[in-house]
Design a protein around this ligand. Sequence first.
Ligand SMILES: Cc1cc2nc3c(=O)[nH]c(=O)nc-3n(C[C@H](O)[C@H](O)[C@H](O)COP(=O)(O)OP(=O)(O)OC[C@H]3O[C@@H](n4cnc5c(N)ncnc54)[C@H](O)[C@@H]3O)c2cc1C
Ligand code: FES
Length: 299
Amino acid sequence: MNLGLPPMHRPRSLERELATGANPYLPARARVMRIQELVADARLFELRFSDPELARSFTWRPGQFVELSVVGVGEGPFSLPSSPTRSGVVQLAIRRAGVLTNFLFDHLREGDEVGLRGPLGHGFPVERFVDQDVLLVAGGLGMVPVRGLLQYLIDLREHFGRVILLYGSRSPEQVLFRDELETYGRRRDAEILLTVDSTNGRPWEGRVGVVTELVDDIELDVARTVAAACGPPVLYRFLLKRLAALGFGKNRIYLSLERRMECGVGKCGHCAVGYTFTCLHGPVFSYWDAINLPELIDQ
Ligand SMILES: Cc1cc2nc3c(=O)[nH]c(=O)nc-3n(C[C@H](O)[C@H](O)[C@H](O)COP(=O)(O)OP(=O)(O)OC[C@H]3O[C@@H](n4cnc5c(N)ncnc54)[C@H](O)[C@@H]3O)c2cc1C
Ligand code: FES
């Protein structure tokens, strides 16, 4: 089924030009349109390519990422947190971590220009989700790529079965995109189950506990369900055991695995695990593929 995206393939090298140009190292200019506080230390940056044709044509797969650069400061990989069905503006949800992200938080203002290269990597194989129930599991900042996939499934709702999101955060004030997720739940676009490690004394109607416990709160038809997850290693350790116990096939579980990256295009070797470059062959892997890369998931 053609969902309006480029055909799915597993590139073993950079076989195609990036949308941002034939030279994969050369960023395209993009202007900061809006900066919005998401939670303490995480902001949503809305960017628009300065070239109007690129702004119009730039598309991606849920789960892909871009390299954002600031001249004289640095460059870093960031997931695309919105759906390609909502193109025109490139959103990035960024947490303060170090040199580059501190600069973005402390000095970048609306109207400033940054560089973007991409889209990069291998996103979620959405064609394989058609007519299936989709179980999304996110922990912490893992909600960023999962939100892009969630929006995609909701925007093309008639092609998919149940859409269920299980999302765990440290505390209520750390829940990313909370209003948006609650709206999806109220409108029955998706089944949204939220949990926090601790309420921190704040009002909270969701569950308290780790995200993998939410799997026990839902009835799944495993034969027609695919799972897509992004979170810290500890989430994978418990989630994969739980899904295996329920009878999920390893080729029906997809994981977004992030490692330190530099070039993002399979050249520098920073992200290599054996012969696999996580920037190029990932960051999304099926569990079947990832199980052969023990360094990638802590099982
Ligand atoms: C595919 C991919 C997608 C990502 N998506 C997002 C996103 O959507 N939002 C977001 O906020 N961050 C995301 N990250 C992480 C982000 O790239 C780093 O936080 C950022 O590059 C740090 O740059 P810095 O110069 O601010 O920090 P630095 O000064 O380089 O480092 C600060 C600290 O963060 C650690 N660190 C740096 N990079 C990483 C990394 N990749 N993984 C774990 N620790 C790291 C360093 O070891 C150091 O302790 C993603 C990373 C990858 C590989
Ligand atoms: S980041 Fe350079 S090879 Fe993957």
